[in-house]
Design a protein around this ligand. Structure first.
Ligand code: ACM
Ligand code: ZN
Length: 728
């Protein structure tokens, strides 16, 4: 871009802090005055100039007229042009704010829209500052990845049309260009299909446990309105119609397309459910094709997402129609049957000129020819897809699941997300078309969505747009603080950047040394010991006895996140040596091998960093003291949350030894808690024996094994979660 026509000079402060950060930008001295301007647009930009008017209106600037023009640029004006010759990059724009005029030029309509949102972010009123002097700038910008998405799950919790439109605004504002609209689920079918009215008459409504009815759906008229609204803002809506799994709501309406014939109710629990579409019944495919016909008519998107994830094969294994299909088609196993299912749907979608996307399970048993893979179980699915020349969208649970707590995915983690898998062959990288953040809504009714999506979406937008080679989180963090003023003006109820507080404990000479770490630097931390006086934390503090510690954080005089309550236990196992541990889950290490004897017991959140989780294996540990001790009880805590596949142990056993060779069984206990007991809770188990002398204590807790038959994930391995093994 030629900057020579700028009647401004380079300013000292280059920072203009647009998020996502533009590829090239220059801040210049002098100002354009927004009190008086016209809008000029060439004929390709006339439609888009209405978006500029709308956005300016939101900031209380009015321009009554949009004037069609070809050239040259007028004074006291904002000028919009589309010119494909300015760049080879799709979605490219340049923006010049000069003392006399503003020019936004896009290489295509999407580029022009991005330029408009950069301009809007620069206007002082967008940060709530009522000043019409707009600093002169020059920006050249284009995205690194063409797919920059957000999944909204409007099934687990329904989201209103206005809310969805608001999210389209927020996506466009941050130059994200895909709304992945999750429209069908076990817990609700949310899109009107004229040929199958029961999908919404029955499938859109579920009976909650308290007897109330919950649900909703979008009419075709509403969907058309949203699709058009999104198009005007450069956002493509990709509908997701889940198959063959996550389909209980549809089967509740049309049980004839299941293996068993039903009947079913729309699910009210969260999880993975074994009733799925029957793969042996041709009429199931006719039904799905008819549904897809109406979806394809409604959504102009080139891509249709068909789910494909988490389809248990239990029903197929026991269905005569499915078995016959396997025989007739010479299919080797259930994965191949799923592949047959997806392939058949892919053929249909292709025949309509559309492209299929599916979650990475569609790789299993053979990938359909032209399918795009959305990798969620790590990066492996993306890697496998691109190696065979398929496109991939990357949205792993490690970085992109915005329904997860900050314990698992905080702002820094998202900022460090690299959608290109390690080991991706360089000639295949082009097949990584981008990434998505996934806003699943099991635990997120509409009014909580902002606090989960923001500020994490800011990091995702910058990674996918700018793909910064050097990621300085501290600099980004500062820019996010400034950007909050824009989010305040937009009415976004953003959440936290990080888990506020981490507590760690060292035990030495009969005392606990407790250290609190701030999640972000601007926090003040406070604590109370046994609900006594409030203390402002300044450095490691010492406690000599068992205690209840409550800590909380404050940022800018406002509390930052929930308080943290930790039980601290003094017992004989503190600081003892741990050996013979089985392998615990990487993400649930509890802080390492010593987690079970560090004095801190995990709380009600099993992801709080204190619980240690074992997947499909037993918990077993040998605790060795410095010298022989007299002991008479072992108290251990275990967790249950059956919907996350975490169950109480079947049995807990304690052995002791003096010499480390000969162990004696001292106590055994079978927890009397039903694995069906719902919710998230933990329980303390006391095993007593009389006055034993021991140097070694071995504790075993037997994993429940596999999720039971009644469970949505029947047959899958189960988790066992343990914390603090207290010895007295
Ligand atoms: C998924 O999270 N089941 C795609
Ligand atoms: Zn079947």
């Amino acid at each position: 871009m030629c900057l020579c026509f700028l009647a401004c000079h380079k300013s000292d402060n280059d920072e203009m802090n647009i998020i996502p950060k533009p590829k090239e930008s220059l801040k210049l001295s002098s100002y354009f005055n927004l009190d008086n301007f016209n809008i000029y647009a060439d004929k390709n930009s006339i439609e888009i100039s209405k978006l500029l008017v709308l956005e300016l209106n939101k900031l209380d600037y009015t321009s009554d007229s949009i004037i069609l023009f070809e050239d040259p640029i007028k004074d006291f004006s904002i000028n919009l042009l589309i010119d494909s010759s300015i760049s080879k990059h799709p979605e490219y724009y340049h923006l010049v704010v000069n003392k006399n005029f503003i020019l936004i030029k896009g290489s295509d309509r999407e580029g022009l829209i991005h330029g408009i949102y950069s301009l809007i972010q620069l206007i002082p009123r967008s940060i709530g500052f009522n000043d019409s002097k707009l600093a002169c700038v020059a920006i050249k910008d284009f995205p690194e990845f063409k797919w920059r998405g957000l999944l909204l799950d409007c099934c687990r919790h329904f989201m209103s049309i206005d809310f969805v439109k608001r999210y389209i605004d927020l996506l466009a504002y941050h130059k994200m260009n895909v709304l992945h609209w999750h429209l069908t689920e076990d817990q609700g079918w949310r899109v009107e299909i004229e040929k199958y009215p029961k999908l919404t008459d029955i499938g859109a409504w579920r009976k909650e446990k308290d007897g109330s009815v919950y649900g909703g759906f979008y009419t075709k008229e509403q969907i058309k309105e949203v699709v058009n609204y999104a198009y005007q803002r450069g956002v493509n809506i990709v509908p997701e119609i889940e198959l063959p799994g996550h389909s209980v709501a549809a089967l509740a309406a049309y049980p004839e397309y299941s293996c068993t014939g039903g009947p079913f109710e729309v699910e009210k629990d969260w999880g993975v459910f074994k009733d799925i579409y029957c793969a042996g019944n041709d009429s199931t495919f006719v039904f799905l094709e008819n549904v897809l016909d109406e979806i394809i008519e409604l959504f102009p998107s080139k891509y249709i997402h068909i789910g494909g994830d988490e389809a248990p094969k239990y029903r197929w294994e026991n269905c005569s129609k499915c078995k016959k299909r396997i025989q007739d088609e010479n299919i080797q196993d259930m994965h191949e049957l799923q592949s047959y299912f997806i392939q058949r749907i892919e053929n249909y979608i292709s025949s309509k000129g559309k492209k299929l996307i599916g979650w990475d399970e569609i790789l299993e048993g053979g990938l359909a020819n032209d399918a795009t893979v959305q990798s969620w179980r790590g990066f492996e699915g993306a890697l496998e897809a691109v190696k065979t020349g398929h496109d991939a969208i990357v949205s792993p649970t490690s970085h992109a699941y915005f329904d997860y707590d900050l314990d698992a995915i905080d702002l820094e983690k998202v900022y460090n997300f690299d959608p290109i898998p390690i080991d991706a062959p360089s000639d295949k990288v082009k097949h990584i078309i981008g990434g998505e953040c996934n806003m699943w809504s099991e635990r997120a009714p509409q009014n909580t969505v902002d606090s989960k999506v923001f500020p994490r979406l800011l990091a995702m937008s910058e990674v996918l747009w700018d793909y910064p080679t050097i990621r300085d989180y501290n600099l980004f963090y500062e820019r996010v603080q400034a950007h909050y003023k824009r989010l305040d003006v937009l009415g976004v109820n953003y959440g936290l950047e990080k888990k506020p507080i981490d507590m760690s404990s060292e035990y030495e000479d009969g005392q606990f040394y407790l250290t609190l770490n701030k999640g972000v630097k601007d926090l003040k931390l406070f604590y109370q010991i046994n609900q006594e006086e409030t203390v402002l934390y300044d450095s490691t503090f010492i406690i000599s006895e068992s205690a209840n510690i409550k800590t909380w954080a404050v940022k800018n005089n406002v509390s930052y996140g929930d308080s943290l309550q930790i039980e601290l236990y003094k017992h004989k196992g503190l600081g003892a040596k741990i050996s013979d541990l089985n392998t615990y889950g990487k993400t649930y290490d509890g802080g390492g091998d010593n987690a079970i004897v560090n004095g801190l017991r995990g709380g009600l959140n099993y992801r709080d960093g204190h619980w240690q989780g074992y997947f499909g294996t037993d918990f077993e540990a040998t605790i060795t003291f410095d010298s022989i001790q007299r002991i008479d009880s072992v108290i251990s805590s275990f967790y249950q949350y059956n919907l996350s596949w975490i169950f109480m142990p079947k049995q807990i056993l304690v052995y002791t030894s003096v010499d480390g060779d000969n162990y004696y069984k001292r106590a055994i206990l079978s927890p009397q808690i039903s694995v069906k007991q719902e919710g998230q809770f933990f329980e303390e188990f006391v095993l007593t024996f009389s006055e034993v002398e021991a140097k070694h204590v071995k504790i075993k807790a037997l994993n429940y094994g596999v999720c039971p038959d009644w469970h949505p994930a029947a047959g899958s391995k189960s988790w066992l979660f343990v914390d603090e093994v207290r010895i007295y």
